[in-house]
Design a binder for this molecule. Sequence first.
Ligand SMILES: Cc1cc2nc3c(=O)[nH]c(=O)nc-3n(C[C@H](O)[C@H](O)[C@H](O)COP(=O)(O)OP(=O)(O)OC[C@H]3O[C@@H](n4cnc5c(N)ncnc54)[C@H](O)[C@@H]3O)c2cc1C
Length: 297
Amino acid sequence: MYPRAFHYHRAGSLKEAVSMLSQLGDDAKLLAGGQSLIPLMKLRFANPSHLVDLNFVSGISSIEEEKGTLRFGALTRHAEIEASSIAAKIPILHDCAAGIADVQVRNRGTIGGSLAEADPSGDWATVLMTLHTEVHCLGPRGERSVPVADFIKDAYTTVLTHDELVSQVVVETPPKGSGGAYLAFKRSAPVYPTASVAVQLTMEGDVVKDAAIALGCVGLTAIRAKDAAAALLGQRITDKTMSAAMEAASAAADPQTDMRGSAEYKRTLVGALAKRAIEIAVRRARGERVEAGHIYA
Ligand SMILES: Cc1cc2nc3c(=O)[nH]c(=O)nc-3n(C[C@H](O)[C@H](O)[C@H](O)COP(=O)(O)OP(=O)(O)OC[C@H]3O[C@@H](n4cnc5c(N)ncnc54)[C@H](O)[C@@H]3O)c2cc1C
């Protein structure tokens, strides 16, 4: 189906995009990679009267390392992150970017658009929640910085007001001795995962000094599995601590039965993904190079 008719506006800068959104009102939408918005418009689930295109704004598709942080411009494509040697310094970011959909979607889809869409099945929010991540939001009254866990309020709902946009995503580089892994289980490349687990651990010798675990596609938003992380904190990774973390991760999931599987199946899957992701995170924390990412059925 063709989308309903709309007016097209090309923004020359982020400030101009904000002022366009302010003037055009809440019937205007930003266009980034179009990989969520355009399909929704074609199905007529989204019918904006105005589209404000960000694709001609220069300098917002960028990955920079600065003072212990990695800074991603809002329009940075998944494929650019996948190919970036800077982003590869935090391996969990590469795990995520390299597995999103297929190459066509990765070439167009953006990190800013993905967070703003707040799709419960989206990969980025889950991964970024295990790192110290700030989402920079630009609006008519200036810029504010929001931790990623607070940025997403509900399914398809963020803290952004209608005249605000995501300008940058800033991730703190984890300390020495840290390692992470993101595993998503998928039926095939161009579909969203059935369930996913992101783990970021900081090790002191064999003991877990810091831990963050997040679950994707098993709730209305990405879920911080705090009890699963607590089960590892201050512990060595043994069969007992691993089982405790797996059980707590499964318990934290809040999945729906749907075409991707039953709720029970997804809970079991979360436990299994958590185990594998913890094992890889520990090896990476030791400095080992380990390939990880999406797992296909
Ligand atoms: C076949 C297919 C499979 C997919 N599979 C996956 C998958 O497995 N995992 C996954 O994570 N994603 C998947 N996606 C989605 C993809 O990652 C999209 O790139 C992403 O969800 C949206 O990014 P976008 O840049 O395309 O945003 P758009 O579609 O352009 O915009 C999405 C929404 O965000 C708003 N927006 C865009 N940019 C900004 C901004 N800077 N500030 C504020 N609001 C903004 C738009 O107005 C719109 O409401 C898939 C998409 C397709 C078509």
